[in-house]
Ligand binder design. Sequence first.
Ligand code: NI
Length: 187
Amino acid sequence: MQRPDWYPRLVNTFEIRLFGDPVLRQRAPEVTELDGDLARLVDTMIETMHAAPGIGLAAPQVGVQKRLYTYDIGEGPGVVINPEIVESSGEWVYDEGCLSVPGLSFEIVRPKLVTVRGMDLDGNDVVIEGDELMGRLIQHEIDHLDGVLLLDRLEKAARKEAMRELRRQVEAGTLGAMTDEDTGRRL
Ligand code: NI
């Protein structure tokens, strides 16, 4: 169902932090307590990710310094707490975007297949073998937890050009504008 513009949103969402916000540049500490507050954080992150719309969201992107990310590549939402990549292989080129760097995407080469290990909200072990898009998502979100943005994965010249474009958009006040083509590349 298509909701009209005036339809009230019944869920809370966070504001997504954009390029330039220092919270995106810090390493997030491990989660040490699994409690109701954390469960509410995860719920609101999933709502925020769906509303964006995006397919992956790391806690620092909503200003929260904790090592966890949510995901949904179309098979239902999930969370990985204290994620760690335990195996990676192959190479895959993907036109990668980011909710915190909206409107821009870059062809980036990264391992194609990665295995991430972490836990869910109940403290159970979670192991996900991510191929292609899921593999990319895992690597992109863990980068966020380390304060790394996709711009840092570019070659020097491409990075310089991207930074120039981003500064131009920040000055023009147009950072945050997205096109329909961005859908599906928002990590
Ligand atoms: Ni991102």
